[in-house]
Structures are given as structure tokens and as C-alpha cells.
Design a protein around this ligand. Structure first.
Ligand code: NAP
Length: 291
């Protein structure tokens, strides 16, 4: 928010259900204020069955310029949009929508947000098999990102064989038969032995959950050069990252992905560079106060 809400103020927001946990209003309103923009970013809690009416209703409200989507709307929103950009089509999920004239145009900034902290590492990605834990919406963006990195092979593990088969079918048709393999959860130890990067794309370890998707013993199976990436950003660190760091591995948590996907989204809405450091500081301050 830039200060006062005026008759001219334009609206951005985040649609989800629930959405009260979202940190997006914190970082977006901090950036909007620093830029002196006449915008406000608000939470938009919308139950699944109300999504079509909400998308149509928001189009009728001319001051609504765009919105983010979080669980459970990232996939279901696709047929409700006027245009979906290629990156979102490839992932099969939309997390950012912009009003362009009278059209809703959807994109996906999770892929670029996920990649940002990895860009700083000089890894030989072609020699790094990726192991992704979980096959939900975020895992889809991570598969597309690993493809962009050029990982030699992408392994995805999940607990439901039917969902895994569906995931494989959807991703290979969207990503043109890439070297993507799906496995049952029990294959994790065997896959860890060869993994160059392991990504937790499940909610295991989130908030008050003291669990980890892979145990301390299993962590020892990873090669010494492996990177361990958790999409979760609270707590910091998760138990998963704690045991990886103790093992001496390179670790990355989900906060930079959150900040970067948000900054790329805000740039898409406002058509100008945004102050990412202000977004980062606003989030860090908020997380420190809410501990
Ligand atoms: P989602 O669509 O609900 O998918 C969750 C996945 O985790 C599903 O494949 C689910 O398997 C699996 N899973 C859940 N509990 C499990 C368990 N106990 N054992 C094994 N697998 C389990 O959620 P999402 O949107 O992909 O989000 C996943 C995580 O990423 C969340 O923690 C979310 O906060 C985080 N995330 C972070 C960012 C960021 O910017 N940092 C962005 C997006 C997501 P089933 O299908 O079998 O239930």
C-alpha cells in the first residue's frame, strides 16, 4: 500500500483457500509503498466452487489489475482465463494473472523464482540428476525448472501410484517427453545415491510438523556435492535442511523462491523494475516478529 487508499487506487491480491497464512501481502505492499504506486495488495479467500464466479466478478471490477493464485486454485484457474502464457502451459499451473485490456492473462513465476537461488551456483547441471519429493503443483514447476537447468534426468517420487502415473503423463506431454521418471516413495534410498539435487516439494516439515521427508541415515547416502533444497520457508531451517547442513551439504530454503516469484509477478503487473531487497527485508522482519 502506498499510504492512503484513494478513489484511484488499483487492486492486486492473492486468491487461495485458506489464504490467511499468505506472506504475499507483506512483501507486495512493502514494495508498492517504496515505489509510491497507487496500488493495494489484499488477501482474497475464495472456496474452490466459487472460483469461476470470482474470476468473472473480478474482471467486472475495473480497479482489479491482477492477482496471484495459491493452493488450491493454480490448476483449476486455467480454463477460466483468456490467455495462458507458454511457461504456465508447460507447467500446467498459473500463479500470476494480469488484466490486459479486458482479458485475464496467466503466467507462472514459480519456475523462475525457484531457479533464482540456483543461478548463483556454478554447478554442472548436465551431470546432476534431480530428485523431487512430491508431485503436487509446486513439483510441476520444479520439474520445468530442472528441465531448464538441463539436469540429466529428473526423478519424482510420490506415495500414490495412480497420481504418479497421471503426473508423468501430464508432464511428459507438456514438456515433450523429457527424461522424467516417476517412482514410489520406497525408492528414495536408491535414488539418493546418485542425486545431484534433492528438492522437498511436499509439506512435510512445515510450520509445527517436526518430521522430515528423508531421515538422517538416508541423508548420508547423498553424494558430497549434492544440493538440498526445501520449498518450505517456515520454519527456517526445516529439519530436512538442518540434517543436510549438519552433513555439510549445500542447503537452500523456500524463502528466496517466494521473494523472487513475487518480485517477478509484481514486475509483470507494473511493467517496471521492483525493489526486491525491500520485499526481502519486509518478509524477514515479519517472520522475525511472528516467531
Ligand atoms: P500440493 O499441490 O498440495 O502437493 C503436495 C505434494 O506433497 C503432493 O504430491 C502430496 O502427495 C505430497 N505429500 C503431502 N504429504 C505427504 C506425506 N506425508 N508423504 C509423502 N508425500 C506427501 O502442494 P504444493 O503447492 O505442491 O506445495 C508443496 C510445498 O511447497 C508446500 O510446503 C508449499 O508451502 C511449498 N511451496 C513453496 C513455494 C515457495 O515460494 N517457496 C511455492 C509453492 C509451494 P499426495 O498427492 O499423495 O497427497
Amino acid at each position: 500500500m502506498s499510504g492512503s487508499i484513494l478513489g484511484t487506487t488499483k487492486i492486486l491480491g492473492v486468491m487461495g483457500f485458506p489464504v490467511s497464512h499468505s506472506l504475499s501481502p507483506v512483501m507486495h505492499n512493502a514494495a508498492i509503498a517504496a515505489m509510491g504506486q497507487d496500488y493495494v495488495y489484499v488477501p482474497l479467500p475464495i472456496p474452490v466452487v466459487e472460483l469461476p464466479v470470482a474470476i468473472a466478478g473480478l474482471k467486472a471490477i475495473q480497479s482489479v489489475q491482477g492477482f496471484n493464485l495459491t493452493i488450491p486454485h493454480k490448476v483449476e484457474v486455467i480454463p477460466l482465463l483468456d490467455e495462458v502464457l507458454p511457461i504456465a502451459k508447460a507447467v500446467g499451473a498459473v500463479n500470476t494473472v494480469k488484466r490486459v485490456g479486458e482479458q485475464w492473462v496467466g503466467t507462472n513465476t514459480d519456475v523462475a523464482g525457484f531457479l533464482e537461488p540456483l543461478k548463483k551456483l556454478n554447478s554442472d547441471w548436465e551431470k546432476m540428476p534431480a530428485l523431487i519429493l512430491g508431485s503436487g503443483g509446486a513439483a510441476k514447476a520444479v520439474v520445468a525448472a530442472c528441465l531448464e537447468l538441463g539436469c540429466s534426468v529428473i526423478h519424482v517420487v510420490g506415495r500414490d501410484p495412480r497420481k504418479m502415473k497421471k503426473f508423468h503423463g501430464a508432464m511428459t506431454s507438456q514438456l515433450h517427453d523429457y527424461n522424467l521418471r516417476v517412482h514410489p516413495w520406497a525408492s528414495i534410498p536408491h535414488l539418493l545415491e546418485v542425486a545431484g539435487i534433492v528438492i522437498n516439494a511436499t509439506p512435510i516439515g512445515m510450520a509445527s510438523d517436526p518430521n522430515t521427508p528423508i531421515s538422517e541415515l538416508e541423508m548420508n547416502l547423498l553424494p558430497d556435492h549434492a544440493i538440498v533444497y526445501d520449498l518450505i520457508y517456515t520454519p527456517r531451517p526445516t529439519k530436512f535442511l538442518q540434517i543436510a547442513a549438519t552433513r555439510g551439504l549445500k542447503v537452500i530454503d523456500g524463502l528466496e523462491m517466494l521473494i523472487n516469484q513475487g518480485a517477478i509477478g509484481l514486475e509483470f503487473w507494473l511493467d517496471q523494475p521492483v525493489p526486491i531487497e525491500i520485499m526481502r527485508q519486509a518478509l524477514l522482519q515479519h517472520l522475525a516478529y511472528s516467531k
